[in-house]
Ligand binder design. Structure first.
Ligand code: NAD
Length: 493
């Protein structure tokens, strides 16, 4: 029998934010929002429908011409202020993100919230630095390129880095002169709501930035198909990306898709072993393995395989699983009960497919406040071939497989033998080899002797194959959020 969900004492209401006002959804329907560490419902979320989407898109459309006409420096000021407003409430944001997602507070303090602040600052500066080309031709002719805002754009984000990935889209969209309707994940809407409060405080012109909450299949789909929407920037699963791509193609709208991954960490025998083991442990289990960039397939050169396997098992067992709000915790809760079950099902499947559990494999019951939370042990599996589902499908939990390889050619073959192509880390002191591999690996992001190095926000970010279409980051995002027009002028030479 499934237990009745428990409501926490002070359930908060998360409303939509349209035209600078917090508003209840038209149909007055609400979704439950859970704290993953306790399994308690702590918020009610607006379950938006077409009527709410219509209102948000109309507001954004009305605001678009004036926002586009503002000088880039004036738009930048709003973004700098928004960045500062998050910084002023840093602790509140960090605690909210950890509570909403189940991630260790140490992660939200050092990754999620600082990066969100940086995203907004970076694109405030980018607004002023974004420039376009001109082409002086034969005498009497000059061509120049206009990059004009699109109008109303939609930003759809997932639950694993709720504020970070939302701000990573909103910031370039606004900087480039568009108005935005944002659709945060319904699983983790908490910090988006705080961000809306900051937008109100900063005093954006009404309609420039709007938040519509609710189910993807309802609110998200209504946004994607709305006639006033010119482009969609999406981060989430490949399955959802495929649905959105079909609908966007039908309407000839612009889209950018950041989707799933099944990323290899490749360890050669000549690497700095201590650094490699630290890196591949982080790559496998950070954020409970709920990072699109996670290295969930660990490929190790045969001669050092036993050593790497033993060290990884020791590291995985040493990770501290605990209350996400405790600064000592290294592994928090998985985001939902369904997701925990999905991860446990994959661990079961791996064994059915012939894999051997080297460590982990079970749900964890913590004492006290978190006794009902959705925790899973960091899990390492060996003995599987590359074709099996465990090595092909994105698990998105604290689960990694380990496989030996004999030489560079085999490492490359195993690395590329997947439908995904997001990221890869290569560990070797032979930089010629690393260069060769980097050229041949089918992925959008390659790390050499590192993993998830603190992002240089100027660099392109995205995947190939079923991991993505288009690139975010730097001016790539500014280009996505603008339409390019060539103007050819003939003059009297
Ligand atoms: P998801 O696809 O279930 O949901 C993502 C967002 O899309 C949510 O806001 C959801 O409400 C919305 N949505 C769902 N159906 C929709 C529809 N039909 N139309 C419009 N919007 C819809 O993904 P998730 O479970 O929230 O996130 C986990 C996934 O995200 C993983 O696959 C992970 O790899 C991926 N991810 C990718 C990146 C990247 O940069 N490549 C980064 C983070 C996460």
């Amino acid at each position: 029998m499934v237990a009745e969900p428990v409501h926490s004492e002070n359930t908060v209401k998360i409303q939509n934010f349209i035209n600078n006002q917090f508003v209840a959804p038209e149909q007055n329907q609400w979704l439950d929002v859970y704290e993953p560490a306790t399994a308690e419902i702590y918020a009610s979320l607006a379950a938006s429908t077409t009527a709410d989407v219509d209102a948000a898109c109309a507001a954004a459309s009305k605001a678009a011409p004036a926002w586009a006409a503002l000088a880039p420096a004036a738009r930048a000021k709003y973004l700098y202020k928004l960045s500062a407003a998050i910084k002023d409430r840093f602790d509140e944001f960090a605690i909210a993100e950890s509570k909403d997602n189940g991630k260790p507070i140490n992660n939200s303090r050092t990754i999620d919230i600082p990066r969100s602040i940086d995203n907004l600052r970076f694109y405030a500066a980018a607004a002023e630095h974004f420039a376009s080309e001109s082409h002086a031709g034969s005498s009497g002719v000059i061509n120049f390129t206009l990059r004009q805002p699109l109008g109303v754009v939609v930003c759809i984000s997932p639950w694993n880095f709720p504020l970070h990935l939302l701000s990573w889209k909103i910031a370039p969209a606004l900087a480039a002169g568009n108005t935005v309707v944002a659709k945060p994940s319904e699983v983790t809407p908490n910090t988006a709501n705080l961000l809306a409060e900051c937008c109100q405080q900063v005093g954006f012109p009404p309609g420039v930035i709007n938040f519509v909450h609710g189910q993807g299949a309802e609110a998200g789909a209504a946004l994607v198909n709305h006639p006033l929407v010119k482009a969609v920037s999406f981060t989430g699963s490949t399955a959802t990306g495929r649905v959105i791509a079909r609908q966007m193609a039908e309407q000839f709208k612009k889209y950018s898709l950041e989707m799933g991954g099944k990323n290899p960490s490749i360890v050669f025998a000549d690497c700095d072993l201590d650094k490699a083991i630290e890196g591949i442990t982080r790559a496998a289990f950070s954020n409970q393995g709920q990072v699109c960039l996670c290295g969930s397939r660990i490929l190790v050169e045969q001669s050092i395989y036993p050593q790497v396997r033993a060290a990884l098992v020791a590291n995985a067992k040493a990770l501290v699983i605990g209350d996400p709000q405790d600064p000592a915790t290294q592994q928090g809760a998985l985001v939902s009960s369904e997701h925990q079950q999905k991860v446990l099902d994959y661990i079961q499947l791996a064994q059915t497919e012939g894999g051997t559990l080297l460590c982990g494999g079970k749900a964890v019951q913590l004492p006290g406040r978190c006794q009902n939370g959705w925790f899973v042990e960091p899990t390492l599996i060996e003995g599987l071939n590359q074709d099996c589902r465990t090595n092909q499908e994105e698990i998105f939990g604290p689960v990694a497989t380990i496989q030996p390889f004999t030489d560079e050619a085999e490492a490359l073959k195993l690395a590329n033998q997947t439908d995904y192509g997001l990221a890869c880390s290569i560990w070797s002191r032979d930089l010629d080899r690393c260069q060769r591999m980097a050229h041949k690996i089918e992925a959008g992001i390659i790390w050499v002797n590192s993993w998830m190095e603190r992002r240089d926000l100027r660099t392109p970010f995205g995947g190939v194959k079923q991991s993505g279409v288009g690139r975010e980051g730097g001016f790539e995002a500014m280009r996505f959020f603008t339409e390019t027009k060539n103007v050819c002028i003939k003059y009297q030479a």
